[in-house]
Design a protein around this ligand. Structure first.
Ligand SMILES: NC(=O)c1ccc[n+]([C@@H]2O[C@H](COP(=O)([O-])OP(=O)(O)OC[C@H]3O[C@@H](n4cnc5c(N)ncnc54)[C@H](OP(=O)(O)O)[C@@H]3O)[C@@H](O)[C@H]2O)c1
Length: 406
């Protein structure tokens, strides 16, 4: 199977290394050799830490697409602009593999519909959870279960930062350490404001509930500028804070949020450290399932791209090569009712805030606890007063049930 690759950065270079270093194993699993013929990059002259594609690098993506020798496209460049390129490739009835969560979060439903219409597989295991095989798990579970919950710790950068801050390091130093360790990009805003986790939640909600939700639609709080003193004051020894992204079905529709949450230290979702991710799904009759593993890093992520390529190669010989998914429909996300501990505000401003709560809202000023209340109103209130909120999460070891009133 001849591949065209777009993007040879962290993940693309690791893919070229793995396809080269494990060529015999991949060929055995795929049933044929898997060869990268051509790769499109921004700068073809850049020195790269990987074997070169057979016909080298180009800046011209069009050249890659029109090459009739190409059997499948792998897109590892990132960003939302690749929709026309991936669409046109699927229309040519050839498979596409991508790790692009930004694109899938917004255009996944359209791309999946095209894939089905033209009988060309679209696979994206590496887009959520890095090496954690959550997409396959969801697709398999979905065939037999009615899924009711999906949630997890989906952003390694935020996880690394929160670990360090809870350990006493200030936000800026933790960010610098994350950059040094390769866990944070030069501009980490999508990670620390929760947008990256929201994109992943959108992809998971498409598969779990058939719900097309743009990433901005989830009620969302980030972790920027959370400090060690705030966390020390807010957390008990048996508690941890994680950036959680979760969505669940209610009788009225789909609801969910992204935000820093206080979890019992014994909970599964409290376990991932550093760049690790953890995901829990629940449904009937299967019950809850939990997965954890490396959520980022070139090699970990590329391993799932290889897995997708093996699946695509096998599907080429199958009578029915595409995944048949349930229809994905646009839905309006309902705002969940959440409770939160408020941190990082002086007592005077906090007193003013209590006065602004909608009448009848449960709150405990001594514990700085508010709610349950509508998540969007809670976020607006926190914004207005410049206060951080840490969402209260309780439940059994897997926390797979939605947040319950305290
Ligand atoms: N890194 C991770 O741990 C991870 C984990 C899960 C998913 N992902 C996803 O995997 C994808 C790739 O991530 P990455 O970390 O490997 O990114 P990266 O290191 O920034 O690499 C991006 C690559 O795309 C190329 N590129 C950018 N714009 C291009 C254009 N217009 N035409 C042709 N090539 C272009 C760049 O070329 P140059 O090299 O010439 O600049 C570079 O090779 C993204 O969708 C990301 O969200 C990454």
């Amino acid at each position: 199977m001849n591949i065209a690759l777009i993007g040879v950065g962290n993940v693309g270079a690791a893919l070229l290394r793995q396809l080269h270093g494990r060529a015999a194993r991949v060929a055995r699993e795929a049933g044929e050799p898997v060869t990268v013929l051509r790769a499109a990059v921004r700068d073809p002259r850049k020195v790269r830490d990987c074997p070169d594609p057979i016909f080298g690098y180009t800046r011209d993506v069009g050249e890659v697409l029109t090459d009739a020798r190409i059997d499948a496209l792998v897109e590892l460049a990132g960003g939302e602009d690749w929709l026309p390129v991936l669409s046109s490739f699927l229309r040519s009835r050839r498979p596409v593999v991508t790790a692009n969560k930004a694109l899938l979060a917004r255009h996944g439903p359209a791309l999946l519909a095209l894939a089905e219409q033209h009988g060309a597989p679209l696979r994206f295991e590496a887009a959520v959870g890095g090496a954690v095989p959550i997409i396959r798990t969801l697709l398999d579970s979905r065939r037999v279960d009615h899924l009711t919950y999906v949630g997890g710790v989906l952003n390694g950068t935020a996880n690394f930062l929160l670990d360090r801050i809870a350990g006493g390091t200030d936000y800026e130093t933790a960010l610098e350490e994350a950059r040094q360790a390769g866990f944070a990009e030069a501009d980490p805003s999508d990670d620390v404001d929760g947008l990256d986790a929201a994109r992943k939640l959108s992809v998971l909600a498409q598969l779990a509930f058939g719900a097309a939700v743009p990433p901005e639609a989830w009620p969302r709080a980030g972790i920027a500028r959370l400090g060690p003193r705030m966390l020390r004051a807010a957390l008990r020894p048996d508690e941890r804070v994680k950036l959680v992204a979760e969505a669940w079905e209610t009788t009225d529709g789909v609801t969910g949020y992204v935000g820093p949450a206080i979890l019992p230290a014994s909970a599964f979702l409290a376990r991932p450290s550093g760049a690790e991710n953890a995901v829990v799904i629940d449904g009937t009759p299967g019950g809850p399932t939990a997965l954890m593993g490396l959520g980022a890093g070139g090699d970990a992520t590329a391993s799932q791209v290889v897995a997708d390529l093996v699946a695509v190669a096998r599907a080429r010989r199958a009578a029915d090569p595409v995944e048949h998914l349930m229809p994905v429909e646009p839905v309006e996300v309902l705002s969940p009712r959440l409770s939160a501990r408020l941190v990082g505000l002086n007592p005077r401003s906090l007193n003013a805030l209590w006065g602004q709560l909608p009448p009848g809202t449960p709150h405990d000023p001594d514990a700085r606890l508010v709610g349950p209340m509508d998540a969007r109103s809670l976020l607006a209130l926190a914004d207005r007063y410049g206060v951080h909120l840490l969402i209260e999460r309780r439940g059994g070891a897997l926390l797979q049930a939605p947040p319950a009133p305290l």
